[in-house]
Design a protein around this ligand. Sequence first.
Ligand SMILES: Nc1ncnc2c1ncn2[C@@H]1O[C@H](COP(=O)(O)OP(=O)(O)OP(=O)(O)O)[C@@H](O)[C@H]1O
Ligand SMILES: [Mg+2]
Length: 665
Amino acid sequence: MRASIRTKLVLSFLVVIALSGLVTVWTGVHLIGDEIIGQAQDKVRLDLNSAKAAYARRMDRVTDTVRLTSIRFFLKEGLLDGRLEPMAEELQRIRESEGLDILTVTDADGAVIFRARNPGVSGDSQREDDIVGEAMATGKVVTATQILPQAELVKEGSALAEKAHIEFVDTPMARSRPESRERAGMMVKAAAPVFDHDGTLIGVLYGGNLLNRDYRIVDEVKEMVYQGETYKGKDIGTVTIFQNDLRISTNVLGAGGERAIGTRVSEEVYDRVIVAGSTWIGRAFVVSHWYITAYAPLADLNGEVIGMVYVGMLEGPYIDLRDRVALTFASIAALTFILLSAVMYGATWNIIRPLRKLLEATEKVARGYLTFRVQITSEDELGQLARSFNSMTEQLESATGSYAALTQNLEERVRERTRELEETQEQLIQSEKITSLGKMAAGIAHEINNPLTSILLNSHLLAENVTSDGEASDNLNLILEETVRCSKIVKGLLDFSRQATAEKVPTDINQLIEDTLMLVKSHVLASRTDILRGLQDGLPAVHVDPGKIKQVFTNLIINAIEAMPDGGTLSLASRTSDDGTSVEIEFSDTGCGIPEEIVKRIFDPFFSTKKGKGTGLGLSVSYGIVKHHGGDITVRSSVGAGTAVTVILPVTAEEGDGAPAGGSV
Ligand SMILES: Nc1ncnc2c1ncn2[C@@H]1O[C@H](COP(=O)(O)OP(=O)(O)OP(=O)(O)O)[C@@H](O)[C@H]1O
Ligand SMILES: [Mg+2]
């Protein structure tokens, strides 16, 4: 299911709409269709009643004519006196004027005296005839429909037999019969007894209408009920009188446009109406079309069904009407469906648009645009969703921000710590180096000191005894010189190891500087060095061991002088530090300077660039002393321009870390 939510929404709504639409249309069309057909059937039922009434009128008319004629004087006269002439004349006139097919008079035994239709045939007995017999027996007028066999018809008149003779015409759906023609006829017939003055039966008068090919009833009903209405060139309404299953009088037309005389009813209708004797209302295939029909049985005097009356309306107009209604219904439903689809499509946009915006927003946030916010356009679930999305993004943003800050902070702190660690490690290495060297040097110096003193003493003694200026005297002086140098190294080593034993007293640093200058006066003069003083007045007294600090100052001044072999300026400055807790003494020369790569090593014991002349202990001993006083030595130097060494000493007495350590550069 890869379709979008919108498609799914629209589709599911449309399925619901389509289903309900179909159900509505289907039900509606059927209800209306049934209603239309039902109304047509109601109408046809009424029409059937009209047809039955027309049939009854015909019977009444025959009855009336026969009854009224039977009480006429000429009839009694003829029967009683045998005066047939005037009677015959009258009867022929009445038959013609009243439109009867037959009008016959019999004597009291039923023997035919005179047939107005067929005067040539008489003397036969009609006593066995149902209607005549009944009239004789009851003494009343009797009327009924009757099937007259061909022989009887011939007696009444050969033209009548001719008229009744009907050849069968086969049509689709017609009931099949072995015969191919009908020779009997169906007649509406009335018989009235004729009495003399004292009420004795003197004869019977009977008359009737042959229904075969007599279209008066059917056309009258059709005209009255359907008024010539047509549909697509065909008469809408049709009326038929059946003799048994055979159309003997009808305005249903056959294929050639002629009256469909000789066609027969369907088996279904036959069974229902003729066999079962009930009325049929419903669809029926009549000759060549479907009709909405009604059939009613016609019974003879004995109640036996001998025929039917039928009315029917073409089903076409009703079916068309029903179809038109269905089509209209379906069209309206389809239009509604299309309209609803469009409305649905539009309506879903209101749901889809915020969803799409949210989707875009999630993609943006996923790509890192944490400042992106969704616009809230509604207060429904989607609005709430957008709101919580925004607050989620906000939290994400602030969490990410603080995370980044934390990371940066951490990185900075790690860098800082690493730097500190590296420094500490360097200092540790330096101090370890110095400590171990110091211990070793102290041991060696201690062991060497006594033999060295002894060498020096004996060398002096020897020198006193050797007076000549010969080679021996030169050698002896070299021994003395080197031995003095050795004892200097040893003294330095001993100083280096004996730093712990400092005796600190409040000391005037400026005075200490002046004292030191006095000590090195000869060196200064020899090296043609200018001394520049920049000593601050009123320096606080500093707690130091004056001897040791003097040693430091001496070392620094000697170094400066040695850095300026061709003379220069040595500036001496003293000042209180900015925070007033220490005193700073700076020795800056205009000497050779110290190359960058060896600055770090100048505090190392035995590091010297003065081959053979320097011990390399001067700075390391000085550094040890200053550190022991809780102070520090820093160096700034540039090659060719000079070097500035600064000694920083805390004002108040403070125990240093004891062990000598590397200086700061
Ligand atoms: N003011 C300075 N100008 C230039 N280089 C200096 C200065 N002070 C120290 N140095 C350098 O530092 C080195 C170490 O000095 P340090 O005083 O420890 O030993 P030294 O002077 O060589 O020997 P000693 O002090 O025993 O005579 C020197 O060899 C020199 O290279
Ligand atoms: Mg030195």
